[in-house]
Design a binder for this molecule. Structure first.
Ligand code: HEM
Ligand code: HEM
Length: 194
């Protein structure tokens, strides 16, 4: 199997990165919902689940940087036959997914008031204790952490985490299934075995 993308399929590196990020999203969601549904506030399990959410989220940020670099070094496989509108929708959907992969870790990190104990290996300092925070938020914007965090948290949790990300990912997965089952074209195969 080719490492790089070809005209009619994604290469193995693009496939690995795609499915690794999909798995990391699943793990990040499982951790945060496990925390909400199955743990009590201020217990070790509650803290562990939060830390796993932060660690998976930060891993997504690192892998998406590699993904963007690799995407720019590669051709994009040709789209399957379809209407101009369907191609445009797929294009727009892919860009929206990239926006999610960048904005979710970013808003998660800058809006969190605790350090990340990255899979218990090392600590990543919270944004609030960086010099960038001091110059940008404290000196330039003149905001306290609570004032700064509130709209960012609202965006991360209420707008994106609870709704927009689900809609986009489910819409994307359903479109892939529609191509595979109804249109019987190579869209899904290009990202799996093709
Ligand atoms: C792509 C990555 C991420 C996704 C999809 C994501 C998604 C979510 C979701 C769905 C929630 C729960 C919303 C609710 O209250 O129902 C949440 C909460 C939260 N996220 Fe993220 N997040 C990501 C990355 C991050 C990162 C990198 C950090 C910080 C380093 C972070 C920090 C938080 C915090 C502190 C909460 C509140 C936890 C709680 O209320 O239990 N997130 N996130
Ligand atoms: C069950 C889950 C998923 C399925 C079945 C799936 C399936 C696919 C398929 C078949 C393609 C190729 C489409 C084409 O070339 O027209 C694709 C591409 C893509 N997928 Fe997914 N996907 C899933 C999850 C995700 C997740 C969680 C993300 C990111 C949040 C994502 C982001 C992308 C992006 C950005 C592309 C465009 C190609 C690229 O730039 O790498 N997918 N996906």
């Amino acid at each position: 199997m080719a490492l790089k993308n070809t005209n009619n399929s994604y290469g193995s590196i693009a496939k690995w990165i795609h499915w690794t990020i999909a798995l990391l999203f699943l793990c990040s969601y499982c951790a945060v919902y496990y925390r909400h549904w199955f743990t009590e506030e201020k217990t070790p399990e509650n803290w562990l689940a939060l830390q796993l959410h932060l660690s998976f989220g930060i891993t997504i940020a690192a892998v998406v940087v590699l993904r963007i670099i690799w995407r720019n070094l590669n051709q994009t496989p040709d789209q399957e036959p379809g209407t101009k509108r369907a191609h445009l929708a797929a294009h727009f959907g892919h860009y929206a997914l990239y926006a999610v992969m960048i904005l979710m870790p970013l808003t998660g990190y800058i809006g969190t008031g605790v350090n990340t104990e990255f899979f218990n290996l090392f600590d990543i300092a919270k944004f609030e204790s960086t010099s960038l925070y001091q110059s940008l938020v404290t000196n330039w914007m003149g905001l306290s952490f609570e004032e700064f965090e509130e709209p960012i948290d609202f965006f991360h949790k209420e707008i994106m985490g609870k709704w927009a990300v689900w809609i986009l990912i489910l819409g994307h997965a359903m479109a892939a299934m529609y191509h595979h089952i109804v249109k019987k074209d190579r869209t899904l195969i290009k990202m799996t075995s093709g």
